[in-house]
Design a binder for this molecule. Sequence first.
Ligand SMILES: [Zn+2]
Length: 167
Amino acid sequence: MKFCFCPCCSASLTKKKIQGKLRLVCSSCDFIFFQNSKPCVGGLILRGAKDKEILLTKRAFPPKQGTWDIPGGFLEKGEDPRIGLKREIKEELGVNAEVMDLYDIIADHYGVEKTATLNLFYFVKLLGNPEKPSDDISEFAFFPLHKPPQNIGFQNVKKVLSRLRKE
Ligand SMILES: [Zn+2]
């Protein structure tokens, strides 16, 4: 994403090397625009003992509209990741969830602006049956871990499914 103006004083931003890294800095005040990956959470919802299946959701909107995804989403500012994941699962699947152990953390990017993301994956236990999908997913389904659907949108989802498959 391209930023042109200081969010503090609206003066133009310029590039400047600080401690060896090129940063956007304000031309007027002392603001330095440190940019970081955006944290996202994903819930690994597994069922079955031997041939495990995983719940995936189909994206109703861009980016990657119509592809399969792991339930979850972006954290709000200051939000605890486990609370954010419970919130996302309630929004998408209409069910309360218990967030268990952290499984993996995978860097990726999102959308046409290629926003850097940091995706935290937790095992999740649903406390009830998922209901009808919410408006940002069009459907959900369980897939065998060894045979996931072809059209998976995000690299981070492919990577975490691949790791789960090998274990
Ligand atoms: Zn400024």
